[in-house]
Design a protein around this ligand. Structure first.
Ligand code: HXC
Length: 517
């Protein structure tokens, strides 16, 4: 910079122009050619028009341990705050056009600055990740820089919602920041996440595997569960982030925004009375119940492609955000396996963190049997869900739609573990185990000594169903607050949440519990 130029308007303009240009026209072109937006274009789409206030635009690095000059525009990340439908959020957006969006000291300091401000201001933090990872030229400083971010992710957890979008590379230890945030979005075809890339995999395990197959969006949305949402491109991804934000409170002290969708609270849906098939082994789509009861039928499903035997997501009842967990009868009969338990446990904990009331719709034949599940840790993972529900202090209302067998009945937000209100449809089957297994144990002798064991089993099955498998026994015991008409489910839920609105939970004094991880 020429002497005397520092204090002039033109110097300011030049510095700002340099920052705004990022890595220059050629690299921006390359970014677009891949179907990716630039860091600034993404921010523009995310925030309400004209609301972005940039922070640290002129910040640059002080040079790396390995002696590079260290001056890159914005040090490869754009940070600041703005509004989403009028509510403040903080954002950082890594600029792949500037030294591959790699993360060095100044880059990290900028991210940490907005994270700290987000916590102080009580606003969500949204990270748009597109980075080659730790800046190699800055050596150990860049590792320290990651550590600073990880630490803040944990400190902010449960204080303000944290959302990550992976919109390009995200490799090595860098994956652990998105992994510790509340929700991770990925963009199909342009993003990948892995701890060790295909080359290292080949060296260590001699396996040949491509980027997408190892850590692409589809894999993380269906197999690993790392990604909660997948979008076809940057534009749709950012649109979905805005949708999610609208369901969430800004922090753990404020309520979620109200949205009146003009859906009458006492709307009845007679079709629900005939939804559950009479044959117990026949399945149906629990999504029908969900869309029927929520305001305007609107539901934002989380982890839609992962562990599809359980459904988690956000909707509204009477204008207020609720978190919903439901067994999906149409997938694995709605049974609880390792992935479903962990998925729902994390969701329940998020809702509890941010005071979002919980609806649980139950149709669960039990935990998934078999050595694969046992050896995969169904005891440990199932315990997560049990723990998450048990510790949740938000208003919790359950509706047992059909099966509620064994331990899975207890786990799925029963009153025994602190559920506030539990309703059952007349089709509910609440029992220690399914009729067949139970009849074969209880009536084993009669069946074995019968002339026609098959006929005897059928007879005993009927007897067991009559005597044990209905909602009225549990209702007589007080485990069910009421057996309701399915068509009235929406109204009954809204009333239950109204009465629980001021719920106060008294917690024992402790540092924190020890969830079975
Ligand atoms: C410095 C980097 C960089 C990095 C990319 N660049 N990654 N510079 N440090 N980590 C630079 C490139 O030199 C190049 O500069 C520009 O960014 C674009 O990179 P390309 O390779 O041309 O782009 P592309 O072909 O799209 O490949 C993208 C990529 C590749 C797959 C991300 O760049 C790559 O493999 N980078 C290294 C990834 C990595 O191993 N990172 C460390 C992971 S370990 P020019 O000037 O040519 O445009 C880690 C530890 C974190 O992150 C630990 C936390 C505890």
């Amino acid at each position: 910079m020429a002497t005397g130029e520092t204090k002039t308007i033109s110097a300011l303009e030049r510095l700002r122009d340099e920052a705004l240009a990022g890595g220059g026209a050629k690299r921006v072109e390359a970014q677009h050619a891949r179907g990716k937006l630039t860091a600034r274009e993404r921010i523009q789409l995310l925030l309400d028009e004209g609301s972005f206030e940039e922070m640290g635009m002129l910040k640059v690095g002080r040079g790396g341990a390995l002696g590079n000059e260290g001056e890159y525009p914005g040090d490869g990340v754009v940070t600041g705050h703005g509004t989403v439908d009028g509510r403040e959020v903080f954002v950082f957006s890594q600029d792949f056009t500037v030294i591959g969006g790699s993360l060095g000291e100044a880059h990290s300091q900028k991210i940490c600055e907005v994270m700290d401000m987000a916590v102080r201001a009580g606003s969500p933090i949204i990270g748009l990740n597109d980075s080659g990872g730790a800046r190699i030229q800055e050596g150990v400083d860049s590792l320290a820089a990651y550590g600073e971010i990880f630490h803040r992710n944990v400190r902010a957890s449960g204080v303000v919602p944290q959302i990550s979008c992976v919109m390009g590379p995200c490799a090595g230890g860098a994956v652990y920041s998105p992994a510790m945030t509340d929700f991770t979005f990925m963009v199909a075809s342009n993003s990948f996440m892995f701890v060790t890339g295909p080359d290292v995999v080949k060296t260590v395990t001699h396996q040949e595997i491509g980027f997408d197959e190892l850590g692409g969006a589809r894999v993380h949305a269906t197999k690993s569960g790392v990604a909660h949402f997948v979008a076809a491109n940057d534009i749709l991804c950012i649109r979905d982030v805005r949708k999610l934000i609208n369901y969430l409170p800004s922090n753990n002290r404020q309520p979620a925004p109200m949205l009146d969708l003009r859906d009458p609270e006492d709307r009845v849906d007679p079709a629900l009375d005939h939804l559950v098939p009479l044959v117990p082994t026949e399945s149906y789509d629990m999504g029908i119940v969900i869309h029927s009861i929520l305001d305007g039928g609107e539901f934002l499903e989380v982890h839609a492609g992962f562990a599809r035997n359980i459904i988690c997501g956000f909707g509204r009842l009477g204008g207020k955000t609720i978190g919903l967990v439901a067994n999906q009868s149409a997938v694995l009969a709605g049974s609880l396996d390792c992935d479903a338990s962990a998925k729902a446990a994390r969701f329940v904990r998020f809702c509890d963190d941010f005071n979002i009331p919980l609806v649980t719709l139950v149709d669960v034949p039990g935990f998934m049997p078999g050595p694969e599940q046992e050896h995969g840790g169904i005891i440990r993972h199932g315990a997560k869900l049990l723990y998450a529900y048990s510790e949740a202090t938000v208003p919790r209302v359950t509706v047992i739609v059909r099966k509620a067998f064994g331990g899975a009945y207890v786990v799925m937000n029963s009153k025994h573990i602190g559920g506030d209100v539990c309703y059952a449809w007349p089709t509910a089957e609440i029992a220690v185990m399914g009729p067949k297994g139970a009849a074969e144990i209880v009536y084993r002798k009669e069946i074995a000594s019968a002339k026609d064991p098959e006929a005897m089993l059928e007879e005993k099955l009927e007897e067991y169903r009559e005597q044990y498998v209905n909602p009225f026994i549990a209702a007589r015991r007080g485990y069910i607050d009421d057996v309701i008409f399915p068509r009235h489910t929406r109204r009954r839920l809204i009333r239950a949440f109204q009465v629980l609105e001021k719920k106060k939970a008294v917690e024992p004094e402790r540092k924190h519990g020890n969830i079975p991880l």
